[in-house]
Design a binder for this molecule. Sequence first.
Ligand code: ZN
Length: 232
Amino acid sequence: MWVWKAGASLRLRGLQPAGVPGRRLLRSHAASQAGSNWARCWHCGDTGRGDGFFCPRCRALQPPDPTRDYFSLMDCNRSFKIDTTKLQNRYQQLQRLIHPDFFSQKSQTEKDFSEKHSTLVNDAYKTLLAPLSRGLYLLKLHGIEIPEGTDYEMDNQFLMEIMEINEKLAEAESEDAVADVESTVQAKQKEFTDNVKMAFEQDDFEKAKEILTKMKYFSNVEEKVKLKKIPL
Ligand SMILES: [Zn+2]
């Protein structure tokens, strides 16, 4: 769990979350609007909706709304194209509201809720920040998943390409050689990201699925590059 301090966003910027979003909160066509099923305030019984976090009457922190998806939570349009600066600002704004550090003097109930909110906000932020996990999450909201561990009818040409790049990385013995592989992978991911954005814009989810699957392969290579770059 993150401890939110001034430098947290900088640390997070370098973070590449794993490609698979969490399993929670994925009722496919859940209402995007916050609080449609929100119960009354646990503390004072008020039924006002408020901001989805605090009771408008007694200001007690409420439990997370299970119908709210990551896009709604992070104040982003439900689309692949998002404004990452806005996402970062929203993340910091939410952490200032609900971080457990601010609830150390409050009731145990509110402490627990702030932990839950905080975890959820971190997951949402990480998922939406990286193009691969954002794409996979968006697909999931449209009821499409890429099963783990199955080769999704990848064409031979693509598999050859991956094999070659893995070999090149395995054989790379200098910093330059590793950097060379890294820039190849980054260029591919950039190209895939542009293409998947287009596929989502055209509501072509099968195409998006195909490209995201390829991105997963390249993401694995990225992980290996990172490991290789760690100085011994
Ligand atoms: Zn209340």
